[in-house]
Structures are given as structure tokens and as C-alpha cells.
Design a protein around this ligand. Structure first.
Ligand SMILES: [Zn+2]
Ligand SMILES: [Zn+2]
Length: 112
């Protein structure tokens, strides 16, 4: 039924995403993942979970993660630079590039 709301426990959510219960719990406590509290237990509605996953997917599609410091950026604006090694497209953020002067991803900066 379309108006039937499906609720999942945090354990089920963690299982489904292949992450730890602690991570899901932290997301809920931080307000990142909407959840309702029933007694002592949190329940996440399937619709809220889908919405959360969808927004996260969009964030990584449009933005990215700096290969050097691991910071996640919501847009590509801070990740315009990439590793200077041939064919390597690993993104390097503005901070690492300008302030730290890093020109290569961790993998390539090791091999000299
Ligand atoms: Zn960085
Ligand atoms: Zn590289």
C-alpha cells in the first residue's frame, strides 16, 4: 500500500548499507538522518532513508573528496585541481593545493 509507512530499526539500516550501527546512530543523533523515537528505540522510515541516500548520492556526484586530506566538498569548486601525475585524476582541494603546496595525490607523492 502506498500510504503504509515502512519503518526500519537502526540495526536494519546499518545492515542494509553495510555500515556499523554506531555510524547510523551518530547520523540520527546529529540530525542528518531523520528518525522517530519509539520508546527507547529509533525507527527510520523507508522514505526518509531513501531521501537521505538520494541527497548523499547527489552530493558525491556533484562534489567530491579531496584525495589528500579526505575532506568532502559539496561542489567541485574547491576541487578544481587534480594530481599532476600523468593520467591521474585524483582531486586535490584548494586548501591542500594553495596552503600546503601539494601537487600530487598520496599515492603518487610517495613514489619519487
Ligand atoms: Zn585537501
Ligand atoms: Zn595521482
Amino acid at each position: 500500500m502506498a500510504n503504509e509507512i515502512e519503518y526500519m530499526s537502526l540495526e536494519e539500516v546499518a545492515d542494509m548499507l553495510g555500515v556499523t550501527y554506531q555510524l547510523i546512530y551518530r547520523l540520527v543523533r546529529a540530525g542528518e538522518l531523520p528518525a522517530v523515537r519509539l520508546g527507547k528505540l529509533y525507527r527510520v522510515s523507508r522514505a526518509d532513508l531513501d531521501a537521505y541516500l538520494e541527497s548523499n548520492k547527489n552530493a558525491t556526484a556533484q562534489g567530491g573528496v579531496c584525495s589528500v586530506c579526505g575532506t568532502t566538498y559539496k561542489t567541485r569548486d574547491s576541487l578544481k585541481q587534480t594530481c599532476t601525475e600523468n593520467e591521474c585524476e585524483e582531486p586535490i582541494c584548494f586548501d591542500c593545493w594553495t596552503r600546503l603546496g601539494i601537487r600530487k595525490c598520496p599515492q603518487h607523492s610517495k613514489t619519487k
